[in-house]
Design a protein around this ligand. Structure first.
Ligand SMILES: [Zn+2]
Length: 273
C-alpha cells in the first residue's frame, strides 16, 4: 500500500498543473453561460503548499476560507463567495448523506497561468483551488464542491478512502458535486447524452485536461448507475474495497458482476435514454 500511495501521490503531483478547457454548460435558472469545472485532483498524503500573503476572508464553524492576492477578480465579493461555499458544502453533504467530521480549511490560490484546478488534502482537512482574476469565482466554487466531497468521503470511509478505486474516488466526488458540475442537466446520464468515449478503466493521471474531464463525468455517471441499480450500502462496501488503481474495487464480490460486464450494462443504460 505504501508504494501505491507514494506512486499515486507523485503522479498526481506531476499532473497537477493542467490547463482548463471547455465543456460549456448553463447553470439552471441562470442566464449566463458558464464553464463546467475541469480538473479537481485528490492527493493522498504529503504536505499542502504554504500560503503566503493571504487574506483571511472568513472563519466559521465549518469553513475557514483564505484568499490569496490576485486569485479573484478585483470586484469579487468575498461575502458572496463565502456564502456560496457554505451553500455548496451543505448541498454536497446532503447529497452524499455525510456530515463533515470537522472544519475544513479552504485556500483560494492564484495560479500564474490561470489554470483552474483543485486539490484535497483530506488528512489535514484542506481544500485548495487554484484560479486567477480572469476566471469567474463561481468556477472555483464548482471545483471546491468536488473537493468537499473528497473530504466527506474521508470522513465517511476513513482510511479506506485513501486507497479507493479512482473510478469510485473521482466518480463519487464528481457525482457528489451534482448541481455544481451538472449545470442545467439533472443527471450525469443526461449530461453525457449517450457519449462516453473513454474506457472506464483508464489511468486519469497525467492526461490532458479535456480527457480527464470527460473521464470524471463518465465515472460520475457510472457511480450514478451503480447507486440506482445496487443502492448506497453496496456502493459503500465497494468503495472500501479498492487498492488505489482504476478497476481495483471488488465489483465481482460486491455485486456478483465483473467490471467489464458492469461497464457494458452501464453503456446500454446510457444509450437507452
Ligand atoms: Zn477529485
Amino acid at each position: 500500500m505504501a508504494i501505491s500511495h507514494q506512486t499515486r501521490w507523485l503522479l498526481t503531483a506531476t499532473g497537477l498543473i493542467i490547463v482548463a478547457t471547455a465543456i460549456i454548460v448553463s447553470r439552471a435558472n441562470q442566464p449566463t453561460r458558464r464553464i463546467a469545472p475541469l480538473v479537481a485532483d485528490f492527493r493522498v498524503g504529503g504536505a499542502a503548499p504554504a500560503l503566503s500573503g493571504a487574506t483571511l476572508a472568513a472563519q466559521t464553524d465549518t469553513l475557514q476560507i483564505s484568499v490569496a492576492p490576485q486569485a479573484l477578480p478585483a470586484n469579487a465579493s468575498i461575502e458572496a463567495i463565502t456564502a456560496e461555499l457554505h451553500t455548496a458544502l451543505a448541498y454536497v453533504s446532503a447529497r452524499t448523506a455525510t456530515a463533515p467530521a470537522g472544519p475544513i480549511t479552504v485556500l483560494i490560490l492564484a495560479d500564474p497561468h490561470c489554470a483552474l484546478h483543485g486539490a484535497a488534502y483530506t488528512q489535514t482537512r484542506e481544500a485548495h483551488v487554484y484560479t486567477c482574476a480572469a476566471i469567474a469565482p463561481e468556477r472555483a466554487v464548482n471545483i471546491l464542491a468536488h473537493e468537499f466531497v473528497h473530504q466527506l468521503a474521508h470522513d465517511h470511509y476513513g482510511d479506506a478512502h485513501l486507497r479507493s478505486d479512482p473510478i469510485l474516488l473521482e466518480g463519487w466526488a464528481t457525482w457528489g458535486a451534482g448541481y455544481y458540475w451538472l449545470g442545467r442537466h439533472a443527471t450525469f446520464r443526461a449530461f453525457l447524452g449517450g457519449q462516453a468515449p473513454l474506457p472506464l478503466v483508464t489511468n486519469h493521471l497525467g492526461r490532458p485536461a479535456a480527457e480527464m474531464n470527460t473521464l470524471y463525468y463518465q465515472w460520475a455517471s457510472f457511480v450514478e448507475y451503480l447507486l440506482l441499480t445496487y443502492g448506497r450500502d453496496a456502493f459503500d462496501r465497494l468503495y472500501r474495497s479498492g487498492d488505489g488503481t482504476a478497476g481495483s474495487a471488488d465489483y465481482q464480490g460486491v455485486y456478483g458482476v465483473d467490471i467489464a460486464t458492469l461497464e457494458a450494462e452501464w453503456r446500454a443504460w446510457l444509450g437507452s435514454k
